[in-house]
Ligand binder design. Sequence first.
Ligand code: ADE
Length: 299
Amino acid sequence: MSDFLDENHSATGAVDTTPDTPAIHFDVFTLFPQMFVSPLSESIIYRALENRLISIALHNIRDYTIDRHHICDDTPYGGGGGMVMKPTPIVRAVESVLARSAGWSLPPEDAYENLPPWEETTPATRPVDTAVILLTPQGRPLTQTVVAELHQFKRLALVCGRYEGFDERVRTQLATDEISIGDYVLSGGELAAMVMIDAVTRLVPGALGYALGAHQDSHSPGLGGLLEGPQYTRPYTFRGEPVPDVLISGHHANIDRWRHEQSLMRTLARRPELLETLPLTAADRAFLKTHGWQPRSPG
Ligand code: ADE
């Protein structure tokens, strides 16, 4: 759909050391592909696309309709308010795209008129290493653990719902997973898909441009799933508030210990429920207890 996101950018002049095959390819299915263009054209995602660490193809579900008015939604059986997304254009779009190599998208001039042959009555076999994910408020919650799981796939098809949701046959016949980015309702799955693309891309080696990458982020393995503690940079004093002495001591063991304790305290203050399931050491538990932690599970 969007040329700039599919385009093969090649470096000129300097030797090109970027991989030929991106680590992960996202196929996004939406009624509003333009929503993605600006968010994916900046910063880390843009650089990951430029360096071919990831690739993204945007597919307009409406292109896969064959009726005169290109209708993608209809009234619910059984009555009630709202509209439901019809299964046929979605399933047709996703199966047509996944039957082809990563990077393929329907040429714009073929929309509606010249769709590839598609087996309407029998489900297509899904390629290996591919997940088909519906973005809906009813999905399993997106956490860093889920992000790490999704990062294992070579290809992710992200299907963005609108209106009151999907016809159930999209779930039963197409989806392999269903994800929510939080307990609130968005106007559609597009913003949720962007969140997922961003979070997964951060885990692709090289995407963050520094050695440790996302390993040291909040919720990530380097911090043992804890929240990240406070960070400081210049100036040394800002409005009378100086940087903690330990950070300018040059004593790396003390700095590491201080950071770890700050992570523990921040997690205790803001997300105490996380502490219940993290692999804390005996020293961590003792430290937290001196700061008022009362674990629900003893140990
Ligand atoms: N679509 C609407 N609300 C959503 C949510 N919270 N997460 C994912 N997709 C959605």
